[in-house]
Design a protein around this ligand. Structure first.
Ligand code: FMN
Length: 350
């Protein structure tokens, strides 16, 4: 393993002190009003030696919430609470980017405010169930298909979320466009059966994501905005007839925006070579993810393919992952049973 993992790098306007990024991970510990609490200050500050922390998926609106106890970034209280997190991480020498996650149809009314709705490109229910605190495992809601006229207001949620995150002191934002959530629902043929300019051809299906990124970039420039993708990912009942065509269209459309980074999850058994496709059509910095160890992460950076590598699961039980990699110390294992439970256990006590 070379030292390249521990060298600084610039992703657009975002400065990383090393190339070891903490991947976004939903942990379901938000408090009153879907705000982060002191536990989040502690959790993220413990991990501030990462070159960059990407927060857990954070909803830009009441409608965007899908899971139990996920934090939001749409109210003044949430923004103030995130500022406490970011201030602490920044003071510890770290940097954070907020992952903006609108779940779309992956949601149950049991996890939402009474006046919130489950919306999606088309009124197609997702197979499978979602956990709720009030009713246990429940079916997903049948989503209401968004009207063409209201799509700008959903895009505005992403813009406002970006403004809130930056005002809270985060270094940037990441659009969550994989894993079956709203942007992925627009991209994919199985979930997008629209007949307006947001559905049909690949050029039309990528439009929502492109317009979201443009809106996010309008706040403080594209150098503070990244996007996360995983072409061919079937998670959350997602299906696309031709992910290579869809993501070629997407990458060609977003490349001129000059985003801070493209965060690509590889899928060796999937239909597309996601990293090769990203390299082919995206000219900015690439961050790669999924099941990297330190040696492989060093190698993918050394080869010039990626600027940084994100680590998810390793950061759960190893807040000092950077130090452990550097020292060659054996990594601790995390407890599966406390991934999404409330409280400090399995969160801040590693
Ligand atoms: C508990 C848990 C929660 C996750 N939540 C999110 C999320 O909110 N947003 C996201 O994009 N990926 C999420 N992921 C996926 C991770 O970011 C990452 O892609 C995955 O863990 C693979 O990377 P790894 O092999 O380094 O763990 C989550 C993963 C785990 C284990």
């Amino acid at each position: 393993m070379s030292d390249i993992l521990f060298s600084p790098v610039q992703l657009g306007d975002i400065s990383l002190k090393n190339r070891v990024v903490m991947a976004p991970m939903t942990r379901s510990r938000a408090g009153e009003g879907d705000s982060p609490i002191q536990l989040h200050v502690d959790y993220y500050t413990q991990r501030a030696s990462a070159g960059l922390i990407i927060t857990e998926g954070t909803q830009p609106s009441l409608n965007g919430k899908g899971y139990a106890r996920t934090p939001g970034i749409h109210s003044p209280e949430q923004t103030a609470a995130w500022k406490a997190v970011a201030d602490s991480v920044n003071a510890a020498g770290g940097a954070m980017v907020m992952q903006v996650m609108h779940c779309g149809r992956i949601s149950s009314k049991h996890n939402k405010a009474a006046d919130a709705e489950t919306v999606a490109p088309s009124a197609i229910i997702a197979k499978g169930e979602v956990y709720s605190d009030t009713a246990g495992m429940v079916e997903h809601d049948i989503p209401r298909a968004l009207e063409t006229e209201e799509i700008p207001s959903v895009i505005e949620e992403y813009r406002q979320a970006t403004e809130n995150a930056l005002s809270a002191g985060l270094a940037g934002v990441e659009l969550h466009a994989t894993s079956g959530y709203l942007p992925a629902q627009f991209l994919s043929t199985g979930t997008n059966q629209r007949t307006d300019q947001y559905g049909g051809s690949a050029e039309n299906r990528v439009r929502f994501v492109v317009e979201c990124l443009e809106a996010m970039a309008s706040v403080a420039g594209p150098g503070k905005v990244g996007i996360r993708i995983c072409p061919g990912n079937p998670f959350n009942d997602l299906h696309d007839d031709n992910p290579e065509e869809t993501f070629t269209a997407l990458l060609k459309a977003i490349d001129p925006i000059n985003l801070a980074f493209l965060h690509t999850i590889r899928m060796p058994e999937g239909p597309v070579d996601n990293i090769a496709l990203s390299q082919k059509y995206f000219s900015g910095p690439l961050m790669v993810n999924d099941s990297y160890d330190a040696a492989e992460a060093s190698a993918v950076i050394e080869s010039g393919v990626a600027s940084a590598v994100s680590f998810g699961r390793d950061f759960i039980a190893n807040p000092d992952l950077v130090e452990k990699i550097s020292a060659g110390t054996e990594l601790s294992e995390f407890d599966h049973t406390t991934l999404y439970t409330p409280g400090a256990e399995g969160f801040t006590d590693y």
